[in-house]
Design a protein around this ligand. Structure first.
Ligand code: ADP
Ligand code: MG
Length: 484
């Protein structure tokens, strides 16, 4: 379904492009040996290079190049064996160099594309314009003291990947799906932890509106939005603002805006700056990066299976619906867990139902992470195996699951100890049914004119067997005996 905004003059289409800043996972910074740990004492991870002491020289961190290339491959993008670091000049209190080292004309990664997964199970391909490496700035802190501001340079010089999408996104939902997909890819690759609350992933949100079929409208850019929900809300409110503005005879100004989460709208920050305002030029302290083919090839040969490939494999090999496969591959750990469950269970579909249903439900309810689950993948698979081979019914399995969760015991042990094995022996069940029929002549007359009463007989039989009778066998025998 196409997302549009209804204005007084008809429907408007929303056009979105995202610039995502993703902090590279590396032990040290992009051009210095300082540590990158989150939450360290302020200014405890700052070298002379980071604080821009005169005469200091940056040295490229090879690991950061490697991480950018890995990410580029994960985005199905072209890897540029020749790239150049440029100086982007601007003044800011938390940027002691007076410029940020970035890549404008020759980024390390060129065009690519990723698939986003939408709620109805469909997918769309979104173009990637580029990925470049750049330094992060420090952090100004204005809320510790009424009169003074503080500066923490720990983040100064940490490597960021800026990933620029094409203006291919058309709704808040698609933007959300795009960010979730990027985060999944980062986490599979271990190149960024994707943690938006800690600021290791943030998005600049470009939005414009147009009448369907028209040229693109003028966009605004909302800076540094730090949660997926806020990105979606910012798009919605900004698009609505633009539609109202244009319909009342105004014109959208190309400008930079800020997201005000408290008020739920964007507000102007400054008029749009252009590349020429920054006086970009190649950084004279750094040579262009020339990557040997062997360096890129080594990274290529070391790539893990990516989420989309895994999803396809789950659909083809396990016969899962696209939606289920998408949910299970969203985190690498979840996918690995599921594969172990399926193997131990010997029934992939039942394994998916139980993993996504009862098991995820119990984790959510107890608010614990997969890694801390009291039930292992092998144990969950063991429980499902007992259902699949008719040892216990699905109903009894839910009770066994609860006991497993409490005690950490295997399903087999619990079923044995509590005598929960399903009764499939026809003779035994027949005896019980005969007794029920003999004891309830009035109900027998009624069920012959109203077949819905069969449920009552099923219930009595299950009660008499403590829920252990095989429901299929019970139904068949009852129908035979009651002549239905
Ligand atoms: P800049 O360098 O000035 O930020 P770019 O051309 O690199 O500009 O584009 C930045 C982002 O804006 C990209 O993600 C792109 O997809 C998006 N974008 C470009 N034009 C539009 C538009 N008309 N509406 C919405 N987004 C746009
Ligand atoms: Mg920009």
């Amino acid at each position: 379904m196409t997302y549009t905004i209804k204005g007084n003059t008809g429907e408007w289409e929303v056009v979105i492009g995202l610039e995502v800043h993703a902090q590279v996972i590396s032990n040290s910074k992009l051009f210095s040996g300082s540590a990158t740990d989150f939450g360290a004492e302020p200014n405890s991870q700052v070298s002379f290079v980071d604080s821009a002491q005169p005469g200091m020289l940056p040295v490229v961190n090879k690991e950061c190049l490697r991480q950018a290339i890995r990410t580029g491959l994960g985005l199905n993008a072209e890897i540029n064996r020749y790239s150049v670091f440029d100086r982007k000049n601007y003044f800011y209190a938390d940027l002691p160099q007076g410029y940020q080292i970035s890549q404008l004309y020759h980024p390390i990664v060129g065009e690519g594309q990723i698939e986003i997964d939408l709620e109805d199970g469909s997918t769309r391909t979104i173009g990637i314009e580029r990925l470049h490496l750049e330094q992060d700035a420090g952090k100004s802190i204005h809320d510790l003291d009424p009169k003074r501001s503080f500066i923490d340079l720990n983040r100064c010089g940490v490597a960021l990947m800026e990933i620029v999408s094409r203006p291919d996104l058309r709704s808040p939902e698609e933007a959300g799906a795009y960010l979730r997909k990027l985060r999944t890819i980062f986490r599979y690759l271990g190149t960024c932890d994707g943690n938006m609350e800690e600021g290791s992933m943030r998005a600049d949100v470009n939005v414009s509106v147009r009448k369907p079929g028209d040229e693109f409208g003028t966009r605004t850019e909302t800076k540094n939005v730090n949660s997926i929900r806020f990105v979606m809300q910012a798009i919605e409110s900004e698009a609505l603002r633009q539609v109202k503005l244009v319909e009342s005879g105004g014109e959208v100004q190309q400008e930079t805006r800020l997201w005000d989460a408290g008020k739920g709208h964007t507000r102007p920050m400054r008029s749009k700056e252009f590349a020429h305002d920054y006086r970009y030029f190649p950084c004279p302290d750094l040579l262009p990066v020339n990557l040997p083919e062997s360096f890129v090839d080594a990274i290529k040969s070391d790539m893990p299976e990516l989420p989309d490939d895994k999803k396809k494999r789950f659909i083809n090999d396990y016969g899962l619906p696209a939606y289920d496969a998408g949910v299970l591959v969203a985190e690498r750990e979840t996918a690995a867990f599921y594969e172990q469950v399926a193997e131990a269970a010997g029934n992939a579909k039942l394994a998916a139902n139980w993993t996504m249903g009862d098991f995820f439900g119990a984790l959510n309810k107890a608010d614990i992470a997969l890694a801390d689950s009291p039930i292992s993948a092998r144990q969950l698979g063991g429980l499902i195996k007992l259902i699949a081979d008719d040892t216990i019914s699905g109903r009894i399995a839910k009770d066994v699951f609860e006991i497993m969760w409490e005690t950490g015991k295997d399903a087999e042990t619990i079923v044995e100890e509590k005598g929960l094995k399903q009764i499939t022996d026809t003779d035994e069940i027949e005896g019980i049914i005969d007794q029920i029929i003999a004891d309830n002549p009035a109900q027998v007359e009624k069920v012959k004119v109203n077949e819905k009463l069969l449920g009552w007989f099923v219930g009595q039989t299950m009660k008499a067997t403590g829920g252990k009778a095989n429901p299929g066998v019970v139904n068949k025998l009852l129908k035979d005996k009651l002549g239905l």
